[in-house]
Design a protein around this ligand. Sequence first.
Ligand code: ADP
Ligand code: ZN
Ligand code: ZN
Length: 754
Amino acid sequence: MTTTEPEAISPGTATARFFVQVAIPSPLRSLFHYLPPKESCLSQLIPGVRVEVPFGRRKVVGVIVAIDRHCPVAEDKLKSVITLLDDLPVIQQPILALCRWTAHYYHYSLGETLSQALPKALRQGKATPSQTTTFWQLAAPVTESIKASLKRSHRQLEALCLLDNAEGEGLSESHLLESGINKTILRNLADKQLIACTEAITTARHFTQFTPICREPSLTLNHEQQFALDNILTHQNAFHPVLLDGITGSGKTEVYLQAIEACLKIKKQTLVLIPEIGLTPQTVNRFKKRFNTPVFSLHSGLSDGERLEGWQQAASKSAGIIIATRSGIFTPLPSLGLIIVDEEHDASYKQQDTLRYNARDLAIYRASQAKCPVILGSATPSLETYYNAISGRFGHLFLKKRAGQAAPPHMELIDLRQHSLTDGLSRDLLAQITVHLNKGNQVMVFLNRRGYAPSVICHECGTVIDCPHCDAHMTIHRQPPYMHCHHCDHKTAIPSHCPSCQSPNIQPAGQGTERTEQALTKLFPGYPVIRVDRDTTRKKHALAEMLKTINAGTPCILLGTQMLAKGHHFPSVTLVAILNADSGLFSADFRGLERTGQLTVQVAGRAGRSNKPGHVIIQSYNPEHPALQILANNNYTHFAEMLLKERTKLSLPPLTYLALIRTEATHTNDCERLLQQLRQVLEQVPTDPPIKLLGPIPAPMEKRQGRFRWQLMIQSSRRSMLHKVINHASYFLEQAKISRTVRWSIDIDPQDMN
Ligand code: ADP
Ligand code: ZN
Ligand code: ZN
């Protein structure tokens, strides 16, 4: 029998010479060439396979991205790959393409990008869990003379008899181990050529083998929902980005569920991205309840092993639906047929450090490569997506009515200038809370500040106690009592005297959730007050317990931060109160108002989601602010139009494109100097139309964690020009000497201007 030998490549021979291009997890954006490992074949060197390579004095895990016949480096300078870590690529081709695009777009190292795309265990070089099973079977019939020859080796004889009685492909090694036969016994028998083994691929059930697809019948869609679904399904085999612009409670999730069902019917997988799974176990449960096809959710609460398992279920097509947070965009899905980005406006889709990608934007790219629809769902679309939809780049589907029986809530603005307040609560609001509780309903009070009070002030000299490491006030907590900086995590005891004038007359100023909880508990002694914020939900299962109480439906007051605004469905809540709508109205960040509007509409959307009518009260010192007026009419589209006009006037995104270069150092001068030098370099880059450079200026919070921070903003009406300039910028920053003392980063499409 002849077999075709794979082409052997022995480095150094003149016949066939190949070089392996490897992406290495290092901030350097270049790729590195290595010689193939000794005794390797070309067929083993596949892009996407992990390798262990020498890098400086270390050994690191990299990923093969290409095989080259030419190498820019002299061959005697090259090192060899130490080992190939995989037989088959762990980074599949579409993920490699996605990572290449991501690294290029965000001006980031491909090695670091690939490393973020892998589950931690694989990033560290661990083996992929075995997908094969070893089977043992007889190599020859068991004769009496063989049995006699094994008279002194009882265990070997026992193993042989077990295999003699087995049918078909023999017995799996794990079965034999469980029966008390160890590997030495098997090896001894194999050496005597009495038994032999074969490897078989373990076939976990493929997601398409689960029938029926659904466990429960789907709902009958209303006209708007049906129209939306039909539109998505007519483009089932093509790249089709759509904004599903549906008010809260309009039944977007039901549209997702039926789109997924249709996708499963054509034997394709779905990726669902959601902002934060820990906060909304209800969402995941809705998917699991509907489908018989396996659903896997990937989120930060999983152990590394569980993450790897989910990743593998997706890669091996055991899972038909993957529900994941931001980093799930890199999940391998060989039969991808649909991507859903729920609450597409949510800021958590943008990673705020290292690789500053936006998973929503990556989802668009990924769908374009997979030639499948991508649904961006929101009641409060980001201006970027809204603009893409109205300008025709994305489809635009509307759900304007609430699904089922629910009607939109009644909105009311309360002018705080005309009311005396009890711990931040106006008299009218307190009266309404009483009315709703007496009717047996639940009330939700929203305040976006955790802790007891956001600052502590001296009534003698006016000193406000600041964090020694940041340009920020210390928040006071009472349960337990301490002062906490929410920006750098610095903690201290609560002082008894003013640090400036030693006066004992220091008082908390302003309202935090702890303080409001105390007030509400005193004012409504007959009702439980459930506080939901980062402090009360820190323990595992704490939030689940609270949600259980809330879902029991008995009257209570829910008090919380924006954690309460995200996607929850609380059918018994009829009154929602926003204690202070003003903080975001005058923000220095141009996105401040957009975020305030989204939060307001989302919070308001928690009211009256079933058949009881909802009421929303917004307290403000600026009720005449045009944005609040529009929001009080509960019309997000008008709000978005207003913002868009303003952004057009100021040439801000989505009308133009931005990049932010941030620097950080122990000396403020170093930050400024580096950016000043950079600015001079960038001014020389020819661009058409000319780009705008703004800065260097100190960041809104100049000092954080003891370091000073500056930024330079680059703005252009053409993306290609922006990228051209950023290419020059990253080259300069990588070379500049001063870069050694200054930490710098590039943020493309920044979401947070701080
Ligand atoms: P959204 O995702 O837009 O906030 P949901 O999908 O959660 O809205 O729907 C809100 C409520 O309306 C849910 O209780 C859901 O079961 C119900 N619902 C959705 N679509 C329908 C429908 N076609 N008929 C009846 N009830 C529906
Ligand atoms: Zn003082
Ligand atoms: Zn601090």
